[in-house]
Write a protein of this length. Structure first.
Length: 380
């Protein structure tokens, strides 16, 4: 089926790209404590509470992880931290960190991914619609009543990790935009896939590493498979996030991640640097690497990420045009959903995306970055 892509000029609001310093910021006195795989979480937590109380330390649990990994997110003072570092059953401890969505501000993106070469032909030819697949959008929430999510295919998950009263609704816009690109009925690739929004970023687009682990843990435990997990955000590299993504991947969920907008090595951030993530850099309409896009050996391929138009949370009919590796990531999530819907096994999706990609199309791809561009079209 072929869709004609109309050119629409909109006034775009450009979101500030986070600086490297912002991306490296840790949260004072907050930690992610990962347990050994063999322990019983609740029993160990009870024992730790007793031990910390014996030294009059502060021990405030904010999250508990059971599935993707075993552990807790916790607020600790120095006395409690010192005790936990040597406690039996604790595998490792790392500082919690500030996380942020990876967006900067008539999507040409769909037009680009269904053809090998420029110029664009002003059309998008579908190769399937992802029916029977669920795309989990870990983001700022979603406006599920938007016309792009026809027939109620999108829903807000009742699990909202922000706890600010919005109950999964999108007060930022980033999540709605990403969901629209992945599987929207107007702006999306996998137009028959179900969409579930897991909200873990607030109205300013900020969250924490521990909330990322919580969201991945929850998705791993509850996902309706076959499933794709779209992660358009970044935080300084955290082992706990790597471990959670590995568990999700091992449970047949396809984890797709934005490379990041710091024009730096994607391997230094999570989830982009996680070995089991399928990491996506951004390109522009002329097949240049986007000036902000991170790069490196942790990137699998490029996808359109500059001036991408998709659904907006402003109203049920609104659109917005944004740029960022956040916009590139859901293109790949959508294509992965299409392949799953067409019967490709989850364990074969990574190779299918890489092997189908158009080769040597990107200018200034940076040394060490695979020069491959997302492709969803007839095999040739």
């Amino acid at each position: 089926m072929k869709f004609v892509i109309a050119t629409i000029l909109l006034a775009a609001t450009v979101a500030a790209i986070p600086t490297l310093k912002e991306r490296l910021a840790t949260i004072e006195h907050r930690y992610i404590v990962v347990f050994e795989d063999t322990v019983d979480v609740d029993t160990l937590v009870s024992n730790l509470e007793v031990d910390v109380a014996s030294v009059a330390g502060e021990f405030e649990i904010t999250r508990t992880f059971y599935t993707a990994l075993k552990g807790i997110a916790v607020k600790l003072d120095e006395r409690a931290l010192k005790l936990l570092r040597v406690a039996r059953g604790v595998k490792y401890i790392e500082s919690d960190a500030i996380a942020r969505v990876d967006a900067a501000p008539e999507s040409w993106g769909l037009d680009r991914v269904d053809q090998r070469d420029l110029p664009l032909d002003q059309s998008f030819e579908m190769q399937g619609d992802g029916t029977g697949v669920t795309v989990y959008v870990l983001d700022t929430g979603i406006r599920e009543t938007h016309e792009d999510f026809d027939g109620g295919r999108a829903r807000r998950d009742p699990m909202d990790f922000v706890d600010d009263g919005w109950n999964g609704a999108d007060c930022h816009g980033h999540g709605t935009h990403c969901a629209g690109t992945a599987a929207g009925g107007i702006h999306g690739i996998a137009r028959g896939a179900n969409i579930v929004s897991i909200r873990l970023f607030d109205c300013g687009g900020f969250g924490s590493a521990s909330d990322i682990v919580s969201a991945i843990d929850y998705t791993t435990a509850t996902a309706q498979r076959p499933a794709v997990m779209s992660m358009s955000f970044g935080v300084v590299r955290r082992n706990a996030i790597d471990d959670a993504i590995e568990a999700a991947s091992n449970s047949q969920i396809i984890p797709v991640a934005a490379a990041g907008n710091s024009d730096n090595d994607a391997c230094t951030f999570s989830p982009a640097g996680s070995p089991k993530s399928f990491t996506v850099a951004a390109s522009d309409i002329n097949d240049n690497r986007a000036y902000f896009s991170s790069f490196g050996s942790c990137v699998q391929l490029f996808a359109p990420g500059v001036d991408i138009t998709s659904a907006s949370s402003a109203s049920d009919v609104a659109t917005a045009t944004w740029s960022g590796t956040s916009m590139a990531c859901p293109h790949v999530a959508g294509v992965a959903a299409v392949h799953l819907g067409n019967g490709v096994a989850p364990e074969d999706i990574r190779d299918r995306l890489v092997n189908d990609a158009s080769v040597n199309k990107i200018y200034d791809s940076e040394d060490g970055t695979p020069n491959k561009l997302l492709y969803l079209g007839p095999s040739n």
